[in-house]
Design a protein around this ligand. Structure first.
Ligand SMILES: Cc1cc2nc3c(=O)[nH]c(=O)nc-3n(C[C@H](O)[C@H](O)[C@H](O)COP(=O)(O)OP(=O)(O)OC[C@H]3O[C@@H](n4cnc5c(N)ncnc54)[C@H](O)[C@@H]3O)c2cc1C
Length: 486
């Protein structure tokens, strides 16, 4: 790590050559639940994150502060801070992102020289900024650095979907090595292992099983011989347009592939239970989410015991049926005495979800406005926080949204939950993003994790492209960081 220099002076002198913060005082605190909902459309000239941070609502107790740069970034080396600031500024330049994406998708990448220049450039910029390293050893070093800064690491072996069983077996080995690597780290410095079901079960069978589960939901007399105990995965409002006609039963090969996928997940759960590190299952496209939830809940029934959730599912609040599904799954989990953990996200596949639904002539499954998504996210968060206060369930609030972070922090504070002594609430942001929110929540005494993808650079390119897309422009999730790091 680079050597440290007196931070206050440097941060102050950096400020002198740039625009000052809009807020009256740089140490203004985010507090109290009285901020009116942000309207992104009404304030195009200022990012919502920056606007949220700059408004200091009057009233009740201060919960966390995302404006005091010295308190927020005091634990990061100066060189790292400067590099981060440069990377975030470049990532926000739309023409740079457009050019980068064009080159990555063009035939130019088939030319060895171009490819190696592009890959080396990415390695020393976005890869180093958004990824935790090439392998478990490098990822472990990153976890240790986070630990020094008072944060924890979610280990994400950054695999995308697999098409056959051999690839799934190889992927499982990678996930198991990741679990194993946590044993040499200080206890609980690695907060979660992350898995994508599409990396351990072939995509085609996940789509077929999701079709069958949808049909079974509409017609419970439709027999699924392979189905085991799970929680409800649909709500009355869940869209069914992916499955417009009665699907054929799984062939014996498909049934075996699904069984193998389930067994891989159980092996991973077992390894996590032995290492005492929870496993969080990512949410993906709605075309395969039914079977992802089904497998997640079936595994949770087996592994979540004695108030210790090993398996966490993910709810995407941008979906219109998100809250209803969360309510019915938690109710069923409580009925069975299973402590269920959820990661709550807004959702990362908005444009493809809308495109598929529209192409089939149906409404998008995604809320009609971003405000509805925000409301749904905050409602689900509030619901789960109350569950935790009443002694059931666990929650990872995965978001870069300052307003959601603030509302949840205030509510958790009011309910007397969520501080480090109580392990049922975790806040989480992506590695390299929303640092001000992470450090603000950490300073307020909450447990905070960074979602840390790692793996060879070729493997994480799809993830980096998604981050480039998310960071582009003024309204991006890292706007507040760029603003504060100036
Ligand atoms: C730790 C962590 C884990 C994650 N895991 C997953 C995962 O498993 N699965 C997954 O899908 N995503 C995952 N994500 C990504 C996440 O879903 C979001 O894409 C990302 O975090 C941005 O959302 P935000 O909460 O930070 O809020 P903001 O930046 O405030 O909101 C942006 C989000 O709002 C929604 N939105 C934007 N415009 C509209 C509109 N017009 N109408 C309706 N909704 C709109 C979209 O979901 C968009 O991503 C994860 C993120 C984090 C931080």
């Amino acid at each position: 790590m680079a050597s440290r220099v007196p931070r206050g002076n440097l941060l102050r002198s950096l400020r002198c050559v740039t625009r000052p913060l809009n807020s009256a005082a740089s140490s203004s605190a985010i507090s109290a639940p009285a901020v009116p909902p942000l309207s992104f459309a009404e304030k195009p000239e200022t990012s919502p994150a920056v606007a949220a941070a700059d408004e200091t609502p009057a009233g009740s107790a201060t919960i966390f502060d995302v404006n005091d740069v010295e308190k927020l970034f005091g634990s990061i080396s100066t060189a790292r801070l400067l590099r981060a600031s440069a990377n975030l500024h470049v990532a926000a330049m739309e023409p740079v992102v457009d050019l980068g994406m064009w080159v990555m998708n063009s035939k130019l990448m088939q030319t060895e020289l171009v490819r190696s220049v592009v890959m080396e450039t990415i390695r020393h910029t976005f890869y180093e900024h958004f990824c935790a390293g090439e392998d478990t050893v490098a990822a472990g070093r990153t976890v240790m650095r986070l630990r020094e800064a008072g944060l924890r690491g979610m280990l994400v072996y950054a695999l995308e979907y697999a098409t056959d069983n051999d690839a799934c077996d190889r992927n499982l080995e990678g996930f198991l090595r990741t679990v194993d690597s946590t044993k040499s780290l200080p206890p609980s410095s690695a907060s979660f292992i992350i898995v994508k079901i599409t990396a351990i079960c072939p995509m085609r069978v996940l789509e077929r099983a999701s079709d069958l589960l949808r049909w079974h939901h509409q017609d419970p007399s439709f027999h699924l011989p392979w189905k085991v105990d799970s929680f409800p995965i649909f709500a009355d409002s869940s869209p069914m347009y992916h499955t417009l006609k009665k699907p054929e039963p799984l062939t014996p090969e498909e049934e075996r592939d699904l069984q193998l996928g389930h067994e891989r997940l159980l092996k991973l759960c077992q390894a996590c239970a032995e290492a005492n590190v929870p496993l969080s299952v990512d949410a993906e496209h709605t075309s395969v989410q039914p079977v992802i939830d089904y497998l997640t809940y079936a595994s949770a029934i087996m592994y979540n015991k004695n108030d210790n959730p090993i398996v966490y599912g993910t709810i995407q609040a941008y979906l219109k049926d998100a809250k209803e599904r969360l309510l019915s799954a938690t109710k069923a989990a409580e009925g069975m005495g299973t402590p269920m953990g959820f990661k709550l996200v807004r959702g990362a596949y908005m444009s493809s979800e809308t495109k598929i639904a529209t192409s089939l002539g149906y409404d998008s499954p995604v809320h009609n406005s971003i405000q509805e998504t925000h409301d749904c996210y905050n409602d689900c968060a509030s619901f789960m926080l109350e569950k935790i206060a009443n002694g059931s369930g666990a929650l990872v609030l995965a978001s870069h949204n300052i307003e959601s972070g603030r509302l949840a922090a205030v509510k958790a504070h009011e309910l007397g939950i969520g501080k480090v002594s109580q392990k049922k609430l975790e806040f989480a942001q992506l590695y390299g993003m929303a640092e001000s929110l992470s450090f603000g929540l950490r300073n307020a005494g909450f447990q905070v994790s960074k979602y840390m993808p790692f793996g060879p650079i070729d493997m994480v390119i799809p993830y980096l492209l998604r981050r480039a897309e998310e960071n582009r422009g003024l309204l991006s999730a890292s706007a507040l960081d760029r603003h504060l790091m100036r």
